[in-house]
Design a binder for this molecule. Structure first.
Ligand SMILES: Cc1cc2nc3c(=O)[nH]c(=O)nc-3n(C[C@H](O)[C@H](O)[C@H](O)COP(=O)(O)OP(=O)(O)OC[C@H]3O[C@@H](n4cnc5c(N)ncnc54)[C@H](O)[C@@H]3O)c2cc1C
Length: 401
């Protein structure tokens, strides 16, 4: 059985089948949809103009699953009994399993859930939410609808998601303020790339405000954002992108959690009969045990975990190298290797246009990180650059006899 119908759940099902599992497979998924591309929600979908770009509006769609599992969609797992091998379902009923893949992902953290929010998490008088987040297809559709009337927008959170939302709102014609307690993207990518993206964003009209951590406060029909340094901001719409938290609530009491996290071994296992993959799981990397809530990380983990479930100690272990991409403000970035990176890159190859560039950093731990900005390069080649440096990109000399 697989709990969670996102990309990790889908990949686990496909990988179980391709590793030879031909038994009964059941997927329990809280969302009513087949798996879709979450990354597209803040990119093509948000940027597409309503009623025109069909491509953008359908960019989140993935091919229909072909793993032939019984899909229970719109159904949540509410509990797990590891001794009886039973998953309890929300609303009653339980399902037995022989092997279990936990792929319940994560959800958006909400600012209003924190302390001292003056009860600002409640809806406006007209019932609309004061704080929008972007995690699900429904969130994306709501955000797109709200942005269509070109409200003023405050985006809180300077990570990739906050920057993509800000870029999408700006492209829709909104006046956008980004609130970030550190340089946008610096926590994820380091100062060099942060400066590059921030300049491009400001050049396109984004207002960037520091001033420390933000909190929300009630203010008539709008929402007020109050920063630690006393700055107060107001806008018609507030979107927060302040991180994600793993969906582990249903595992309370299962004995699988260590300090609230789901820590798997190098084959994705929690026990011989239970594996976990994707945003929900912390797994061993060369930078320690951590969650790496990225699309390809979820895919890579799910492939390993599915085989780990079937083959145990003889299954291959993780050999994980992060890959990540983001778009916004006219820039498109692909990055391979661990981030954030410190300092300026030690290799820089300009591309065909002013903002097209290929970069590489040597990390203190001996690994490399490569980034391509508006630079057309296949990901396997970018991996080569990260691993082997610029020499790895040169064609091999012809053999001499
Ligand atoms: C807007 C957005 C943009 C992103 N852009 C990028 C990007 O550009 N590049 C990148 O690398 N990553 C990006 N990410 C991150 C990436 O999408 C995630 O890392 C990836 O989707 C994780 O997949 P997952 O299957 O582990 O979890 P999820 O996608 O969260 O799927 C888990 C599923 O399990 C369901 N579920 C939860 N609890 C239960 C339960 N108790 N019972 C049953 N079902 C349950 C959830 O409803 C969900 O459908 C983005 C994320 C978002 C939100």
């Amino acid at each position: 059985m697989v709990v969670g119908n996102g990309i990790a759940g889908l990949t686990a099902c496909d990988s179980l089948r391709s590793a030879g599992f031909d038994g009964e497979l059941t997927v329990v998924g809280a969302e009513r949809h087949h798996p879709y591309s979450r990354p597209a929600l803040s990119k093509a979908l948000l940027h597409s103009v309503q009623g025109s770009s069909e491509d953008g509006l359908r960019a989140h769609e993935l091919p229909e699953p072909s793993h032939d599992a019984t899909e229970l969609l719109g159904v949540s797992a509410a509990g797990l009994d590891v001794d009886a091998r039973l998953v309890r379902l929300d609303g009653g009923g339980e399902l037995p399993y022989d092997g279990l893949v936990i792929a319940s992902g994560s959800r958006a953290k909400r600012l209003a859930a924190g302390p001292q929010q003056d009860g600002a998490g409640g809806p406006h008088q007209d019932g609309s939410p004061r704080e929008l987040t972007l995690r699900t297809l429904e969130d994306a559709i709501l955000l797109k609808e709200r942005v269509a009337s070109r409200p003023s927008v405050i985006v809180i959170g300077g990570g990739p998601l906050g920057m993509e939302v800000a870029s999408g709102c700006l492209a829709a014609g909104c006046e956008v303020t980004l609130v970030s307690d550190v340089g946008p993207l610096s926590r994820q990518l380091g100062e060099h790339l942060s400066d590059l993206f921030t300049s491009a964003a400001i050049g396109r009209g984004l207002r960037v405000v520091g001033g420390g951590k933000a909190r929300l406060a009630h203010h008539g029909s709008g929402t007020r954002v109050v920063l630690v340094d006393g700055t107060e901001l107001e806008a018609d719409l507030v979107v927060t992108a302040v991180g994600d938290e793993p969906n582990v609530g249903w595992l309370a009491g299962s004995s699988l959690l260590t300090g609230g996290s789901l820590r798997v071994d190098s084959r994705g296992r929690l026990r011989p009969d239970i594996v976990a993959a994707g945003d929900v799981a912390s797994f061993p990397t060369r930078r320690g045990v951590q969650r790496v809530p990225l699309w390809t990380s979820a895919i890579d983990q799910a492939k390993v975990a599915a085989v780990g479930l079937l083959q145990g100690d003889t299954a291959p272990e993780f050999d994980f190298q992060p890959y990540f991409w983001t778009e916004g403000f006219g820039l498109s970035l692909k990055s391979v290797g661990f981030t954030p990176v410190a300092g300026a890159p030690d290799y820089c190859e300009p591309g065909g246009s002013a903002d097209s560039v290929l970069l590489r950093w040597d990390n203190p731990d001996g690994s490399g990180t490569a980034a391509a900005i508006n630079y057309r390069i296949p990901v396997p080649k970018l991996r080569k650059l990260a691993d082997g440096g610029p020499a790895a990109l040169r064609p091999a000399a012809p053999a001499r006899v």
